[in-house]
Design a protein around this ligand. Structure first.
Ligand SMILES: Cc1cc2nc3c(=O)[nH]c(=O)nc-3n(C[C@H](O)[C@H](O)[C@H](O)COP(=O)(O)OP(=O)(O)OC[C@H]3O[C@@H](n4cnc5c(N)ncnc54)[C@H](O)[C@@H]3O)c2cc1C
Length: 287
């Protein structure tokens, strides 16, 4: 099917993109890589009179260190660019690896980080990892900018904390402490993950473990009990010791998740995957 007719706008600066959106209101939407939007427009699931293609806005492509040591990833960065960026590879190897395994190469070269976050399809990889990394989502409209913790950004299926007139500018990942290790493990039998688990093990941090699971329900979920138990584990504990302490807690916590049967698997299967993938992610962090 063809999309309904729309007017295409191609701003070349952030200021111009925001002004266009403010002027055109809800009749307009942003277009980044188009991997989700174009499918929805063609299926007439979404319909807009105006499409604001932001691909020429260069300031949304930067990947650089901020003064506070955070890594800024511009929202227009594609999964492929993130996977191969030297800064991401050096500072967040677990996240670079995740980006290198999103979907397939066609989606990775066109699909952007801003797009996957804003579309908020629950079966995605990056949101889970960004929650574990405690990232900040930077949003802007014509009146200014604000930061939203990644943990509060997704509020439901296809729903985020972004206001309609806001553009996602960047994702800022705070500096990791020396010795921090992060890993993400997904599993699924379609192109999208049925379940993913992200772990950050921090020997020197005030929080020893950040453990999140995604795709099981509409938004990423923290495995809080496991995080609590990890607080009492020695920072240099070997994987076997950590897993002995955490496995029963994670299994019990996964059981409590309000998962549903769908094309990605039964609720029980997905809960089982949470424990399996948590083990793999932790093993990667602690090996
Ligand atoms: C076949 C297939 C398989 C996939 N598999 C996976 C997978 O395994 N793991 C995974 O994580 N993801 C997967 N995805 C999702 C993929 O990551 C996204 O399609 C892609 O990143 C979306 O980015 P985009 O730039 O194409 O977004 P677009 O399609 O351009 O936009 C998507 C939505 O976000 C809005 N938007 C985009 N950028 C901004 C911005 N900067 N500010 C405000 N709003 C914005 C648009 O208005 C639109 O509503 C898959 C997608 C497909 C099609």
């Amino acid at each position: 099917m063809r999309p309904a007719r729309f007017m295409l706008h191609r701003p070349t600066s952030l200021r111009e993109a925001l002004a266009l959106k403010a002027e055109l209101g809800e009749a307009a939407t942003f277009h980044a890589g188009g991997t989700e939007l174009l499918v929805a427009l063609k299926a007439h699931v979404l319909q807009y009179d105006h499409v604001i293609d932001i691909k020429q806005v260069q300031e949304l492509r930067e990947i650089r260190l901020l003064d506070d040591g955070a890594l800024r990833i511009g929202s227009l960065s594609t999964h492929h660019v993130i996977a191969h960026d030297p800064l991401v590879q050096r500072l967040l190897p677990g996240y670079a690896d995740l980006s290198d395994h999103v979907a397939n190469i066609r989606v990775r070269v066109a699909g952007t980080l801003g797009g996957v976050l804003c579309f908020a399809e629950p079966h995605a990889d990056a949101p889970t990892m960004l929650c574990a990394l405690d990232a900040r989502i930077v949003l802007a409209n014509t009146t200014g900018q604000r930061n939203v913790p990644s943990r509060e950004f997704h509020v439901g299926e296809f729903a985020t904390a972004r206001k309609d007139d806001e553009l996602l500018v960047s994702i800022d990942v705070p500096p990791q402490l020396p010795g921090d290790r992060s890993a993400y493990r997904p599993f699924g039998h379609t192109e999208r993950p049925a379940v993913g688990v992200a772990a950050v093990w921090s020997p020197q941090g005030s929080q020893r473990l950040r453990l999140w699971t995604g795709a099981v329900v509409a938004v990423p979920v923290a495995l809080c009990k496991a995080q609590e138990v990890a607080q009492s584990l020695p920072s240099q504990a070997p994987f076997d010791e950590v897993w002995r302490a955490l496995e029963p807690v994670i299994t019990a916590e996964a059981e409590q998740i309000d998962a549903h049967d769908d094309l990605h698997g039964s609720a029980d299967y997905k809960k089982h995957l949470v424990t399996v993938l948590a083990q793999r992610a932790l093993q990667e962090c602690l090996q």
